[in-house]
Every structure is written in C-alpha cells, then in structure tokens.
Design a binder for this molecule. Structure first.
Ligand code: URA
Length: 434
C-alpha cells in the first residue's frame, strides 16, 4: 500500500477501506509517513469528507494506536465527561466532584487550553502542586479508592491523535466533523470509561457556531461511542456568551468552588445539574432525572461535594486548603473595570472575543510554549439580557501587566453589544442526544 495512492483516492472522492485507514494511522504513528503527505490527506478529507464507516475506522485506529486502558478491575460503572471547549467552561471542576460524591466513579481524561478556549488541566493547576501527569496505576488506584481521578493525555494514549491534532492545528484542518469526532472519541475510548457524557458547545465561542452542526457532531460522537460498546450521550449547550461569570484559571476555580457551595451563577449551575443528572443515571445510582437532581442538591447542601474536591486535589498532589480558603489561590496585582458606554440592554457578548481578552492578559497560550498566568482573567458583572446604565460596570479585568491590561480592556469592551431592544435569551441547555 502507498500513501500517495490513498491521498489520490480520497482527493478524487473515494471511500477509504478499513485496511487503508489502519495502514495510514499505524505508519504515521511510527513515523513512516511524513507530515506533508498526512497534511495532504487531512485537506482531502476536509473537502471530500468521510462516511460513517470511515469515521468509525479512523476513530478505532487512533484509539488503538497506543494503550487502551482497562478499568474493568474497578467495581461499578466508570464515567468520563468531555466538553468540546469554550470560554469560562469550568464545568469539570464542579461537576466531577459533585457526581463522585453521589457514588459514581469518575475516570476522566482532560486536555489543556487551546487558542481562546481554556483547558481543565491548566485550571486544576491553580491548586499549587496539583498534577494530572500521573501514571496509569495511580489513575486506576485513585478511581478505585477515592472515586475520582483526572489524567492528561499521555504519550501512550491515542498517540496518533496527539500527532495528528498538532498537524491539523497548523494546516487549517481542525474544523471538520469527522476529524473532530474521531479525535475526541479516540481519546475517550482509549481512556477506558464505560460511559461517556459529552458536552457539545455551540455559538460564537465554540468550534460549532451553528446549532445544526453541533447536533450533527453530537450525533456522530454518540454513534461512535455506542458502536464501540460504550454508553454514550451528549448535551448540546450554549457557548454564544461565556459560561458563568469567571474567565481565567484561578478565577474559574473560585467560581467552581462557589458552585459546589450552592452559590454559583445560574447558567453554570444549571449546566452542572443537567450533565450531572445524566452521569448519575449512566452510572446507575439514579433512575430518573428528578432523583438524580435531588442527590446532587443534597451533596452540595451537606458539603460532601466540596469535601470530594478537596480529597481529589490532595490525592493528585495539590494543596487542598485552597478548596476551603480560595483566597490562597493566585491573585493578580491590578484590577480594573470596563464601564458601559451607553444605556440599554446587553444584547451580545462576542464569546471568542472575551476569551481572547483573557488570553491577552496571559490567561491562555499564544503559542504552544507560552506559560499561562493562572491569576489573571475577567469577571463578567453583566451578561446578556442585563439592563445597564451609562457608566455602570460591565466587567472587571485582573492583570499583572499594565500594557496587557490596556489591550484586553479594549478587546473586551469591543465584545459587548449594548442596544435598546431586550434580547431573546438562549437557554444554557439546547438539547440532549441519546
Ligand atoms: N478537541 C479535540 O480533542 N479534537 C478536535 O479535533 C477538536 C477538539
């Protein structure tokens, strides 16, 4: 088999066979197919597309390109959760301890921030000493003993995806449905959980700007998961404005802690309750949504959800005191507000622009090598639908560098649209795909 022939076949609209897809992925992972040929293939797939069967073979070939974790030695249903990424998306930080406190085992693989979107690993590193760079044995023993563990993508897990994702990122071939679905699901399948709950974002801050694309991606991933024998479901949720009020690593950790105390923002709390309920049902500890919600409410009320976060942070080397004393988290030197330039309703907050403002402050990575400043970020005081007077505070920026603060202020102000008409509010939950 020759890679040249496969590129030509796809370029001309052909369908790749299982053997051809496995050949391409295995040889690329071994370093026997050069990046320039794989780039051409990715671009051909981008334009021609892949059918359902090809997407399944690509997913399985990437999942099997390294270790497939076997969690069958751990009692009970092990559940993983994944978000396609967004701005202010700190869901895993609050959700996983809530669900774990209700008795469902969380075995989760997480990533770092990408572009204007934040990543769970970076946020968790706001707890001094915390590490997701743990061995497979430690991952399995933590899930077994305390009911929750989160690890990063190691060299051993879906290495083909790791290599391919980096290539797609620099060849304008990320935003293709089959490529995104196979990339996400290959990692989830390799990480070994029995049930997978996906949070597919849609709106101006998401990969999938249009709702119909988000639903198509959700359906594709659910079908891939089920085909591989895993109980898989997806929520499609709003990312047309940032989630919750906080954007930036330590600020988002603080907001997740508030939420575990029952004091979180309404949209964020609702998302955690909806996904949490699905996870409890998938994990077999509740049979109806109502039953699941009341269990989640109970662990928030009696403090078990917060205690679970502390237990989890400590088990992965972090300073758990910050869970009870968030003032111990990193703090920025300056804070400054942006003010409403006119009276009216907040009609829109362009979500990716708000993410870029946080990135400019140092809260995200400009390049793969950038070091994140965990303390900086933004608190949105006014979200879509709020009525504001001229001069009222729209948001507060937290910074350590005055020049960056100036640039971020301008960018964030540009993300706000204020007008006279009251906007239609989007529900944070747009739909569920089972
Ligand atoms: N996240 C992934 O892991 N892969 C993609 O292709 C897009 C988002």
């Amino acid at each position: 088999m020759r890679m040249y022939d496969l590129i030509m076949k796809k370029r001309n609209g052909g369908v790749l066979s299982k053997d051809e897809i496995y050949f391409m992925i295995e040889e690329y992972t071994r370093g026997n197919i050069p990046d320039y040929q794989m780039s051409a293939m990715m671009m051909a797939i981008y334009f021609v597309g892949m059918n359902e069967e090809e997407t399944l073979h690509l997913t399985m070939a990437m999942a099997q390109s390294g270790d497939m974790l076997n969690l069958s030695g751990i009692d009970g249903v092990k559940v993983d959760k994944h978000s396609t990424g967004g701005v202010g998306d700190k869901t895993s930080l609050a959700l996983t301890p809530m669900v774990s406190a209700c008795g469902v085992k969380i075995a989760k693989m997480s990533g770092r921030g990408l572009g204007h979107t934040g990543g769970t690993i970076d946020k968790l590193e706001s707890f001094p000493g915390f590490s997701t760079d743990i061995s497979t044995q430690k991952f399995i023993s933590n899930v077994n003993e305390i009911g929750i563990a989160i690890m990063g993508q190691t060299k051993e897990l879906a290495p083909a995806d790791k290599k391919l994702y980096a290539l797609r990122d620099v060849t304008a071939t990320v935003d293709n449905m089959s490529l995104i679905a196979s990339s996400i699901m290959s990692k989830k399948l390799a990480a070994g959980a029995d049930a997978i709950v996906l949070d597919v974002k849609t709106g101006s801050g998401a990969f999938m700007k249009k709702q119909e694309d988000a639903f198509a991606l959700a359906r594709e991933m659910v079908s891939l998961g089920k085909n591989a024998g895993r109980n898989t479901l997806a929520v499609v949720s709003d990312m047309d404005q940032p989630l919750g009020n906080a954007i930036g690593n330590a600020l988002e950790v603080k907001e997740a802690i508030d939420t575990l105390k029952g004091q979180g923002p309404a949209d964020f709390t609702e998302l955690c309750m909806t996904i949490g309920a699905l996870m409890l049902i998938a994990g077999g500890v509740a049979s109806t949504e109502q039953e699941a919600r009341s269990q989640l409410e109970q662990v928030i009320k009696d403090g078990r959800a917060l205690d679970k976060l502390a237990e989890f942070v400590k088990a992965q080397g972090g300073d758990e005191r910050a869970v009870y004393h968030p003032e111990l988290l990193a703090k920025a030197a300056y804070e400054e507000a942006i003010l409403a330039p006119s009276e009216g309703y907040v009609q829109k907050i362009i979500c990716d622009e708000a993410g870029i403002a946080s990135l400019i402050l140092g809260g995200g990575r400009e390049t793969k090598e950038s070091v994140i400043d965990l303390s900086v970020g933004i608190i949105l005081n006014k979200k879509v639908g709020a009525k504001v007077k001229t001069g009222e505070e729209l948001a507060t920026l937290y910074a350590n560098d005055y020049e960056k603060l100036k640039a971020a202020k301008e960018r964030l102000l540009g993300a706000y649209r204020i007008g006279q008409e009251k906007p239609e509010l989007r529900n944070v939950i747009i739909g569920v795909v089972k």
